[in-house]
Design a protein around this ligand. Sequence first.
Ligand code: TXA
Ligand code: MG
Length: 408
Amino acid sequence: MSDKLHETNRPTKRWPSAEGGALTEAELNEAAALLAAGETVAFPTETVYGLGADARSTEAVEQVFRAKGRPSDNPLIVHIAGMEQLRGLVRPLGEAERRLAERFWPGPLTLVLRAVPGAVSPRVTAGLDTVAVRMPDHEVALRLIRAAGCPVAAPSANRSGRPSPTAAQHVQEDLGGRIAGIVDGGPTGVGLESTVVECAGPDSVRILRPGGVTPEQLRAAGFKVLLEADGAGGHADPAQAFEEGMGSSPGGASGEGALARDAAAKLAEAPPTAPASAAAAPAAAPRSPGMKYAHYAPRGEMRLIAGDRERVRAAVQAAADEARGRGRRVGILAYEETAAAYRADIVLACGSLAAPETAAQSLYAVLREFDERGAEVIWAEGCPTDGIGLALMNRLSKAAGGRVEHID
Ligand code: TXA
Ligand code: MG
């Protein structure tokens, strides 16, 4: 497995094997057997496709990092198919943790829990004494995990830094030839990753990464909701709060160059090209280590403009015209309500502002389409940050590498 050539030229199986056919029990079992044998298999969840490996096996988990080109200090989420799998994996749940699991599992909520030492590979937790766990709300994922008979560590099944995959084809593009197999379960439902939270008291949760479960849903379940950056500067725009202290600079700490042997030392380190706001903030280590990396980015250079709709429209169009004047191939990411008003080489509607869940579903596919159509620079319109909009704006600003302008 150490042979580089072998890693990038291995046959990647695809199930169902029949074009357009249904996934058979035999195929599911074949995929599960590969997982159980320490291989890497991509599978659908309700959020995005994950690249799975037996969470207990360091060798298996290392293949995930290699296939993705993922920095080793970024821990993985462990996927389970039933509450009984928590036994031996994490310390007994606190009252709030139990309530969250009962209310939101299976579903797009990841709980950061106290790990039982040695239960999963240290490569999964990146040396932390906690482990992130979730139970996906997807029948294929649940059946696969059950059949594999192990907790399944699974980051999103994209090359590190690229938009997450919301269809099996995206996984094929990024990881074909690098992993053992892909289970195709059709397009994913939510389209953005799970919300990562930790309990911050008997009735409060801290959101470490916004995602499929919204702050409003957590509040409706009786929880007080804290954002990662609360107490570390605060921010007028909640979506921006997650950028504090995370050094998501253009081309930032993503990829092989950022590999760190000592996770703790790396987490304590100031990001090399931190934005000014981060430099001014107290030097708190990000609680969700993955949030400090450049992420979800298309190949073209993206910029995000948010705020007053009319002024945003004018600013986006002016910037696009200027770049086209310089001979650049320009993309604009807009919405169904706004796309028709723009002129550029590639104008894509990312769902509807009236139904932000459709924007969440389309975002990653739209970012990939800009790549396919050769966009060199992309201007994206922001959206309101209520509901799933918080996660959407978070991913848009990550995709823009922190190049975000607010016009009010
Ligand atoms: O929806 C999802 O969550 C998808 C699907 C495949 O389940 N998975 C996913 O995994 O997005 P990944 O690896 O791309 O993101 C994991 C996030 C990162 O931000 C990581 O830093 C955080 O979870 N994380 C993992 N373990 C953690 C821990 N012990 N403490 C804090 N954050 C943790
Ligand atoms: Mg990811």
